[in-house]
Design a protein around this ligand. Sequence first.
Ligand code: ADP
Ligand code: MG
Length: 659
Amino acid sequence: MSKVPGVGPALAARLAGKGFVTVADFLLAVPFRYEDRSRYARVSELAWGQPATLLVRFGATNAVRMRRGTLKVEALADDGSGAVRIVWHNRYPSFWQAVESGKAAAIYGTPVAGPRGEMRIENPETEFFEAGEESDPLHSGRVVPIYHRAADVSPRRWRTLVRRTLDALSPDFTAAAASAREVARGLEGVHFPADPGEAARSRRILVEEELFVLAARIEEKRRRLEQRPGRKLVADEALRREAGAALPFRLTAAQRRAVREIAADLGSGRAMARLLQGDVGSGKTVVAALALLLAARNRTQGALMAPTEVLAEQHAETLARLLGGAGVRLALLTGRVRGAARKALLAALESGAVDVLVGTHALVETPVRFRRLSLVVVDEQHRFGVAHRARLFRKGESPHVLVMTATPIPRSLAWTIYGELDVSILDEKPPGRVAVTTRVREESARGRIYAFAAERVAAGERVYVIVPAIDEGERDIAATRETAARVAALAPGARVGVLHGRLPPAERARVLGDFAAGRIGILVSTTVVEVGVDVPEATFMVIENAESFGLAQLHQLRGRVGRSRRRSWCALVVGSNATAEARERLEILEKTADGFAIAEKDLETRGPGDLLGTRQSGLPPLSIADPVRDLARLAEARRLVRERVEKGGAVESDLFRYP
Ligand code: ADP
Ligand code: MG
């Protein structure tokens, strides 16, 4: 940034501290709104509740000291047509000085009623002009860009710096290719539009450029993965028969299709990089099991990685049931396996005495060495970081990789995050499944809800009660205990167990075992059961404070019931201080069981970070494009990139760069 005229080393350092390192960083910080100062509103025309921009001078100023040395500043703003009271909270003395100085200012705010019913404006955005500057064409008399404030730079200074940066940049750009000229036009128009229409058009130019570069990056990753050689794993007729015999049920058509696609990848000689997307309960595990069987039968090793120990343990059991009979040698590696046992396991793995290893992410860590690792399956991929995924592809001699995710996401988002992967989709559930009857309930209905829970248990079924996890710490332990006590009182006769992230692993396994076997009838748990836990007898789930969850997560939780032919129910209990919108949002779950539709809704209302979990969204840092509204056009961008690459053209951008 120090190349920009007017930016000295001190300011450059301050800007860098806020992430504005390059000129591009600076220019891509586009205005979050525009103010039409080509015509200011008049104080005499102010209307209640209608935001307006005024050009005023302040009089009758007054300041009151607030906490931490800040001031509450009051003044009358006058523009000749009338005066209106302004109140600013939490301001510094320098601000008060400016108010007092008699300088002209542009203010933007919304008139509201003061304590005595009089009209006032609270905390308006305020921009002071130096003497004679009111008519400066950069800050006035036009549509003016308003930026998020950063590094303590005043709005006017920021605008001036953007202007200078654009002026310094243009000659380079205009000398370059037509596409760069287009981008320069976009930048000019997004920062200093002649009218709101130009701002919108210019933003679209930049969005397109950004999507194009994003698409180019995805294609490049994809090409790199396509070039990885992979061990040829062949499925012969005997193996097919063996697989058929090992399964306790017939595969769904979707499962058969996925297995075929995976087998084709494994036999191709190139390393597989595939995503298996399927709603909760669509039967992804068995698809993975068959792929692992194929790896084992080719005298190579496979690994299955799960995000939690609970899930890893359960997968180990499932695989033992499905593959144990076929003589596949399984092992489980979690943080719990320590000391001599761990040493022995690692040695067995390295000597090839283990065919399939199930574990948590401990599994990708370096000291784990395989003899002939050929296939890695990652379950609930969205719970792992992107870095983990990258590390996987480097493990061993480029193993085949299958990632599975149960947070179905719209295709455009899947492309953005998993764009380098081929995709198989399980769009069908095993037969006989009934939809989970879902109802949004008030806290006052708890008596009836838990009486119903007691009935389910008496009928030999199982009930989950979910409490929101706060930090998987002390507070959660208290919350689960408290809820458990209440549940025990409301559902007499049912044995109540408690599960949370702080339970020692052995204890956790015991509780889950008791629940699966029916020794515990009602399990009060934090969201540790969210992913993958499979107890078919569970038919009723109560989710307390349901409003604090995202829809996709609730859907995922709800997937813990409805896992057999029995009727199943889910009660979403909303807290007494939940908003009407929150309640309405939850009602979507009453209406649909389609994970894709639910995810889409979540994406609209809460954004991708929420949908995909806070741990990682895997989303590239989009500067301008909106990950919800604009990503839909990514397909078009990918087509353009392929076209250009096929013609041997370069795909570069001076503006958008990704790490
Ligand atoms: P998810 O896709 O959520 O990981 P799971 O793999 O845990 O789903 O499968 C959910 C349940 O459905 C398991 O109990 C599993 O045994 C069962 N299942 C899977 N495939 C079939 C099938 N084709 N027919 C009947 N039951 C199946
Ligand atoms: Mg699963």
